[in-house]
Write a protein that binds this ligand. Structure first.
Ligand code: ADP
Ligand code: ZN
Length: 750
């Protein structure tokens, strides 16, 4: 018979639901408050249905002519004619939202000044929650005997016997037994195999925390012990797990995950980018014997619904996901890991403006869970919190195994002769050639997508700009289009100048990764060159594939954007050449120094992870700039101390508080006038001891045709900033054709 594949258990299942619905808190006819995702300013009252309803239950309620989904949010307020109250239409077959989750949504909403319906939308972002559970047919051993035994029939029965009471789908069973589905159907008719309907959303395969992990080094073991101790306490606590790239942070926090799972609690690992998870899922599988649930934009809708439900029912022990996984309905969350905690993608920049790192700490503090913030280059905020003793700090000082940190050196571009239209200096070129000859990999790093950032008319000097935004169009030669990196607007590359109509005068100015690839191809004709930039791949899977090929030695030179700076292992990589180290040093962003420092350290960390030492060469026109010097010297504590001191002096976060106000309107003067009006009525802000700056046109003054004006509120630490801002904004009447967004703890100032 066909061997039942032991790699199969993921699709064999035992379908007993792991939850039971909560008893009713409100009897039939009692008035309850229901929060919906509709943009109303408060929950509405409804009558509990026959059988009553529990707090937190997901329900359908009539709203005007429609039925909408909502959550029971405590007792009704009443105060109106009860005979007018409408009833709850249906209670949905999902576990009620836990009190802890409702509390989290309320606190997160209050912190980010987000209305509750929008918070509830974050927590219900799975399709089909209102549908009845979708069913499918499964097959298991029946009571009856087949009329006659054939070879194919006996294979089916043998498979079912082998797996005891487990059920199979038709496809699984026919594959495992090596028979056609009609053989199975025949056995069903005779009662030898039973056919049943079960819910389609099944629990995830069980992760086994007792499987042995890698043998840890002494330093790793000590760090893992610290994290385990936190979990044993069974209460809230945050640990900053600091360790250079390759020091084995992932190995260490997987031990914390194991500890949480062993306690029967759930764990969540947040990662900044989808591309990270392919490698990561395999590691989890190696450690725990099965893959975890996934939650990010690349996951299918069916799988999303399954994850959401299983997290709520306890059928998922571990979720690996992007920032929005924080709003999943965990039943018993024991641990949240925020990997690469400094990563700016944790801040959601549209819709609800929240920082997943901060919200993870909030959620854990409510759930009595532990947080591990892992990074090679922590955010200044977390570093300061650790210094102040609010977070525990665990350091992994050396790299795992023989790997050592790369040697860092500057290439002083003032002394290099680089022809115009080229960006690779002779010094870097020589270093790359050495690697190619030695059969080692090099990375040429440039944090700029596309071919060229500027398209200029040589006849009239016109630069092509986005028709909607205040941004230049970036040429993407691979796609044969000009693209706006702000709004996504794109157009074919014109043949004549849109301004002076001269023909053939448009020239690409400055480098993007595509252009760098062109230069590298000309300079290193013998080398195999791969370009890694997000828009060269049609899907996350294609990108994962390319990363795997390169990691397997499929390229000599990698040309890449910050996509490669994060988390991938390229064992043969021994050289990182940073094309423009000065790129992030300019600009008005208070975090420019911090971000450049982090990015450079991360990129350089790509080199020399295996047994060969690596080297990082940084092309710069400012080798004496303090940030460049700190990167080269490798003295991180000194960098953080200096950076903390300068922010302290300026009263900047985390030593002061800030809120950004973004006003946008289709007419520039509408946005500006509203800003002036707000500025004139800043009483609540001043009363709180804070100050309003602006209004001023935003650095990116137009996006998708909307004009943008910014204001900034700065307050000393300890001021009730949210309160002051909401009182202030509520006190001014703003025109209807204006959008106002409030960004608490802004990360970017565009
Ligand atoms: P980080 O998360 O700090 O970048 P990783 O946990 O990814 O570091 O470890 C870097 C590499 O070293 C990985 O390939 C990992 O499998 C390996 N490694 C780390 N610790 C051990 C260990 N104790 N035993 C075997 N391999 C290890
Ligand atoms: Zn645009």
């Amino acid at each position: 018979m066909a061997d039942p594949d032991p790699a199969f258990p993921g699709s064999l299942f035992d379908e007993t639901p792991a939850y039971s619905y909560a008893p009713a808190d409100y009897a039939e006819g009692e008035l309850v408050s229901v929060l919906t995702t509709q943009p109303l300013d408060r929950p509405l009252d409804y009558k509990a249905p026959p059988g009553g309803v529990a707090d937190g239950a997901f329900v359908l309620v009539p709203l005007g002519p429609r039925l909408v989904m909502g959550v029971v949010w405590g007792r009704g307020r009443g105060g109106f004619d009860l005979s007018k109250a409408r009833g709850i239409n249906a209670v949905l077959p999902v576990p009620p939202m836990r009190e802890e989750m409702r509390d989290f949504l309320e606190k997160a909403g209050a912190y980010t000044l987000t209305p509750m319906p929008a918070m509830l939308r974050l927590a219900t972002r799975a399709p089909g929650l209102t549908d009845p559970p979708s069913m499918r047919k499964v097959y298991r051993m029946g009571e009856g005997e087949p009329d006659r035994m054939t070879d194919a029939r006996s294979r089916v029965l043998a498979v079912l016997e082998e797996f005891g009471g487990l059920a199979f789908t038709l496809k699984e069973l026919s594959e495992a037994a090596g028979v056609t589905s009609s053989v199975i159907k025949g056995l069903v008719k005779q009662g030898a195999v039973s056919e049943e309907n079960t819910p389609r959303d099944l629990p995830y395969p069980t992760l086994d925390p007792s499987l042995p992990g890698k043998a840890l080094t002494e330093a790793q073991e000590a760090a893992a012990d610290d994290l385990r101790a936190g979990l044993r306490a069974g209460s809230y606590g945050t640990t900053l797990l600091r360790g250079i790239t390759g020091s084995g942070k992932t190995e260490v926090y997987l031990e914390a995950v194991a500890a949480a799972l062993a306690q029967g609690r759930q764990a969540l690992v947040l990662l900044p980018e989808i591309a990270l998870s392919a490698e990561f899922l395999t590691r989890v599988e190696q450690r725990f014997g099965a893959k975890p649930a996934e939650w990010h934009s690349g996951v299918t809708m069916t799988e999303r619904r399954r994850t959401w439900k299983m997290v709520a029912e306890g059928g998922a022990q571990l979720v690996v996901g992007a920032r929005s996984a924080l709003f999943l309905p965990f039943r018993d969350l024991g641990l949240i890991v925020v990997d690469e905690e400094h990563d700016s993608s944790y801040k959601q920049e549209d819709g609800v403006l929240y920082n997943a790192r901060d919200m993870a700490v909030l959620r854990a503090s409510i759930a009595g869970a532990q947080v591990v913030l892992a990074s090679a280059t922590p955010s200044l905020e977390s570093w300061v919190n650790a210094q102040a003793g609010k977070y525990r700090r665990v350091d992994l000082k050396s790299r795992f195994g023989a790997a050592v940190l790369p040697e860092m050196k500057a290439i002083d571009m003032r002394a290099e002769e680089v022809p115009s239209g080229q960006w690779i200096s002779p010094a870097l070129r020589q270093a790359v050639n050495q690697r190619v000859e030695a059969g080692e990999q090099s990375l040429l790093f440039l944090n700029r997508r596309g071919y060229a950032p500027v398209t200029l008319c040589r006849a009239c000097g016109h630069q092509i700009e986005c028709p909607q935004c205040d941004a230049r169009m970036v040429e993407h030669r691979f796609l044969k289009r000009l693209m706006c990196h702000q709004c996504g607007e794109n157009m074919p590359v014109p043949e004549t100048c849109p301004k002076c109509e001269a023909e053939g005068t448009l020239a690409a100015v400055g480098p993007g990764v595509e252009r760098l690839t062109e230069e590298a191809t000309a300079l290193f004709p013998e080398a195999r060159i791969a370009t890694l930039s997000s828009d060269l791949f049609s899907s996350a899977r294609a990108l994962k594939q390319a990363v795997a090929t390169i990691a397997g030695g499929g390229a000599d030179i990698i040309v890449g954007t910050q996509l490669v700076a994060k988390g991938h292992n390229f064992p043969a990589l021994t050289l990182v050449g940073v094309i423009d180290s000065d790129l992030g040093l300019h600009g008005s962003d208070m975090r420019a120094a911090e971000k450049t420092f982090q990015l450079m350290r991360q990129v350089a960390g790509r080199a020399g992870r295996a047994d060969k030492p690596g080297q990082a060469l940084m092309q710069t026109y400012q080798p004496d700039h303090p940030v460049i010097r700190a990167i080269l010297s490798g003295d991180e504590e000194e960098f953080w101390n200096a950076e903390a001191e300068s922010r302290h002096q300026a009263g900047m976060p985390p030593f002061g508080r800030m809120a950004g106000i973004i006003l946008s309107a289709e007419q520039a003067d509408v946005a500006m006038a509203a800003g002036m009006e707000l500025a004139r009525h800043d009483g609540p802000i001043r009363a709180a001891g804070a100050v309003v700056y602006g209004p001023a046109p935003a650095p990116i003054a137009r996006v998708r045709g909307w004009h943008r004006v910014r204001m900034l509120v700065k307050a000393p630490k300890g001021v009730a900033l949210q309160r002051a801002v909401s009182d202030w904004v509520a006190g001014v009447r703003l025109p209807k054709n204006l959008r106002l967004a409030i960004d608490i703890d802004p990360q970017s100032f565009f």
